[in-house]
Write a protein that binds this ligand. Structure first.
Ligand code: ANZ
Ligand code: ZN
Length: 848
């Protein structure tokens, strides 16, 4: 039989699969087979593929190929997330066009994908920088706009001075740009927003349906959306003379989750950006200190301010408010740890219960009244009967654990306090009766700022007309084409390109200016999985029928770094498109697998700057793609990080060669076309027969659990069992039906992982003429794996020297005979004086 020649085989099957369009999805509206949509997160084309990509796509490919064999209609597409700043920066640096750079990188990545043998439906390729794709992104934008889900707002926004653009909240990590890590500044700018908050509740509630997602991803999304259940409470503002202002004019509202602590509220806080704050202090002695706090707050992001790790700053405004339950007048301060876009931008400060308020009270010497205590606290004894109110003299060094029983709290004294507590319910009920409060739910999620002052992105389809204001580009004028000939190296931008921005108003026909901001590239990746279902549709982004055929994605595979941004935005787009009547599903991704990272052999992350990157070509060149794929799947379960390991690669290659030899030898005596007849099997055949059922059961179950590494171990056991049989039974006396069956099995279970070698053996060793991917996954019967023999350990003088198999109820004589045969070399020339037999477990031979 022929020697294993990876490169010849691989090139041959790449050609053949391509020519027969083997992996095209069945485009019919329905078939009698169930569908499976397997999707890997599409790459950003920043250069050739790296190991992380190779791992991601190998996992997806194994799933897609196996699904085909198990009788599914499979959709397994690929594309590129092709807009984005790196292309623009590279174009500036190399004095070329962003498009040229991007297309060259995509070609290179595609060549590597092709080499890896990924079973994509290439006819469905989506490149987000292609006008045929982004026109539909613009169309969706217009639809969102029509539905009131797009608006413009002037707001302090995150500005990255190095990327020269604004960033969404999700793109700021601890005050730094997600892309370049520069410190983010605040700028007051008018920007485009998408109203994702309209869907906060549904985005949170529907996480419960995503049982196929990793728990931690659901957790991260839930935290990001951040639902808080509490109440709004109205305080009454006093005028400069300290007199309460009657009616609406005097109403100033806070959001609190702890209405039960109202008796401990000793001061009142406003965010520096609070509307009307400046008017409160204008012309007073308090103006300057308050203005200083307002100015200072601009230097720190709201996120950091809210985290409360930085030093707190504040100033008294000279004004007071009246507490609606205690009737007390308390001072109003401005504080920089209060953020303007959460709740109402005002806070009832409870220093005894809230650590941030506590620190603020300590710094500015404001009163701390203990109103919630543990019953075993000595202070509780003393305060539980105090009817007036006593300021704490005990000087705590931090806020009290905010749960326990209320003291000094008027009618609520003695009730249990805490979030959603008895006391909180009682207070809110009373506030509702008196009209000073109401239940309220707040979300931490903010609207999605999508405009970018960058060139290489999808143009926002809007026109600024001096007469008509901002008007949408009419649908029949889409796409707004992004010009590809700007001189980026000379600093040219869309805003400086009259060819681009000079236009006429679609409403009044007069000269107008095109919007020159582009959309956040995350808008492009929020619906690409829908375009794959209908990639050539020229009337719509996708037809409802095509989406119905394939959606939702059954298995989505990608990195954990997308746990919030991409996955949340995609979920939002799906729901919004559903509400437009374009889609029937509410969630885009049923199962999510976050693959682990590939690190270098020492466990460091691979990066260009560290110089420890192993490019896929470095493995493919000497060993071939099958070895690469097997190594990737064998080193670790898909969700775990692993260290790149040369030894494992060599081992993977050895195994492929062994499997190759084994299959050829199994059919050496001839390929049988008849089924195995169990009754005709002798002892050695029965052993192999059972192993076959056992390893196939194991392997199939492991595929279902996506545990490819243990599935591969089962395949290795099957190959071992086949070799044991080949060694035990000479050529000429083998059972051809069984040997052919096992050869078929080995090829079949190997085919999702090592497609080239499998397809080659399928045709050349078995003489098949159709692809292995049209053949069914091997069937097995787990019950057949049950053996009527048990393995026992054989000891010589108490040390295990071998193993053998006997019937579970074998007599001591039979056990001893089998044991002596199994350790013949250890007892040669010695006399067995005693045999201690433990049925089903072991035999210990005592020798002299
Ligand atoms: C009184 C109180 C007492 C509070 C106590 C907490 C503990 P979550 O759970 O994250 O929703 N808060 C409200 N609006 C704020 C804003 N714009 N900036 C900063 N803090 C704000 O947090 C809700 C709590 O955060 C609210 O409940 C309020 O403080 C504060 F022992 O009110 B609490
Ligand atoms: Zn106009």
């Amino acid at each position: 039989y022929p020697a294993y020649d990876a490169h010849a085989i691989e090139e041959k099957w790449i050609e053949a699969w391509g020519a027969s369009n083997l992996f095209a999805a069945d485009a019919r509206e329905s078939t009698d087979r169930p569908k499976k949509y397997v999707l890997e997160m599409f790459p950003y084309p920043s250069g050739d593929l790296h190991m992380g990509h190779a791992r991601n796509y190998t996992i997806g490919d194994a799933m897609a190929r196996q699904a085909r064999m198990r009788g599914f209609d499979v959709l397994h597409p690929i594309g590129f997330d092709a807009f984005g700043l790196p292309a623009e920066n590279a174009a500036i640096k190399h004095k070329t066009q962003a498009a040229a750079w991007t297309y060259a990188n995509m070609d290179q990545a595609l060549a590597t994908m092709r080499r890896m043998g990924f079973s994509y439906d290439m006819d469905r390729m989506v490149k987000t920088c292609d006008p045929e794709y982004y026109r539909w992104g613009q169309w969706i934008f217009l639809k969102l706009w029509e539905r009131g889900l797009v608006y413009r707002k002037k707001n302090p926004v995150n500005w990255c001075p190095s990327c020269q653009t604004v960033l969404a909240n999700e793109q700021v990590n601890e005050g730094h740009c997600w892309r370049c890590d520069s410190e983010v500044e605040k700028r007051e700018l008018e920007q485009w927003y998408i109203k994702i908050t309209e869907y906060s509740e549904e985005l949170l509630d529907d996480l419960d349906q995503l049982g196929g997602w990793p728990e931690r991803v659901r957790h991260m999304q839930a935290n990001w959306i951040g639902r808080s259940e509490g109440a709004e409470v109205d305080f009454t503002l006093c005028d400069a003379q300290g007199e309460p202002i009657a009616g609406e004019a005097g109403k100033i509202t806070v959001f609190t989750t702890r209405a039960d602590t109202l008796f401990g509220c000793t001061f009142f806080l406003l965010a520096p950006e609070y509307a009307g704050l400046v008017e409160l202090v204008q012309g007073t002695e308090y103006e300057q200190p308050v203005m200083d706090v307002i100015q200072g707050a601009k230097r720190v992001s709201q996120v950091e301010r809210a985290q409360g790790e930085v030093e707190k700053h504040g100033a008294f405004t000279g004004r007071y408010v009246v507490n609606p339950v205690s009737g007390e007048k308390i001072p109003v301060w401005v504080a920089d740890y209060v953020i303007s876009d959460y709740g109402t931008g005002a806070v009832m400060a409870v220093p005894c219960g809230d650590q941030r308020d506590f620190e603020f009270a300590k710094k500015y010497d404001l009163p701390i009244v203990p109103i919630i205590l543990n019953e075993d606290d000595p202070l509780f004894e003393r305060l539980q009967h105090v009817s007036g109110r006593e300021v704490d003299q005990v000087s705590w060094d931090q806020a009290y654990a905010a749960e326990g029983r209320l003291v000094q709290s008027g009618p609520y004294t003695g009730l249990c306090g805490g979030k959603h507590s008895e006391a909180e319910q009682a207070v809110v009920t009373d506030l509702e009766k008196s009209g000073f409060g109401r239940r309220s739910t707040q979300y931490r999620l903010r609207d999605w700022l999508i405009s970018r002052q960058r060139y290489w992105g999808n143009p926002i389809p809007a026109i600024h007309c001096p007469h008509c204001g901002i008007v949408p580009v009419p649908e029949d004028q889409l796409p707004v084409i992004l010009p590809e000939n700007l001189d980026l190296a000379a600093g040219e931008t869309l805003a400086e390109s009259p060819q681009f921005y000079e236009t006429t108003c679609p409403v009044c026909g007069r000269a107008a200016r095109r919007e020159t901001d582009t959309m956040d590239t995350f808008t492009c990746s929020s619906w690409y999985f829908l375009r794959y279902t209908d990639p050539h549709n020229a009337q719509l982004p996708f037809s409802r029928e095509a989406a119905k055929r394939w959606m939702p994605v059954d298995n989505y595979i990608g990195g954990i770094e997308h746990a919030i941004l991409h996955l949340l935005y995609s979920r939002f787009f799906t729901k919004a498109l559903r509400d437009m009547g374009l889609l029937d599903v509410s969630e885009p991704f049923t199962n999510l697998l976050c693959q682990g990272m590939v690190k270098d052999q020492h466990g460091d992350t691979m990066s260009k700057s560290k110089g420890n990157v192993v490019p896929p070509s470095q493995v493919i060149a000497p060993f071939g793609a099958d070895t690469m794929r097997l190594a990737i799947l064998f080193i670790a379960p898909p969700e775990k990080d692993f260290n790149w390991d040369e030894e494992a690669v060599a081992g993977a290659n050895r195994f492929i060669r062994r499997a190759w030899r084994t299959v050829w030898e199994l059919v050496q005596q001839g390929v049988s076309h008849t089924a195995v007849v169990r009754e005709n099997l002798g002892k050695a055949e029965l052993d192999l027969y059972r192993e076959r059922h056992r390893t196939l059961a194991k392997c199939t179950e492991d595929f279902d659990r996506l545990q490819f590494n243990t599935a591969i171990s089962a395949i290795m056991e099957l190959v071992n069992a086949a070799n044991a049989y080949l060694n035990a039974v000479a050529l000429g006396s083998r059972n051809e039906a069984l040997a052919t069956q096992v050869a078929t099995d080995i090829i079949s279970v190997l085919s999702p992982i090592c497609p080239f070698v499998a397809e080659e053996l399928w045709h050349e060793a078995l003489g098949q003429t159709e692809s292995v991917y049209g053949a069914p996954w091997p069937s097995f019967d787990a019950a057949e794996a049950l053996t009527d023999e048990v393995e026992i350990a054989v000891q010589v003088l108490g040390k295990v020297r071998g193993r053998t198999k006997v019937a579970p109820d074998a007599s001591p004589d039979v056990m001893q005979a089998a044991a002596e045969a199994a350790v013949a070399s250890w007892i040669e020339g010695k006399r067995v004086v005693k045999a201690i037999c433990v049925p089903g477990r072991l035999v210990n031979l005592v020798v002299k």
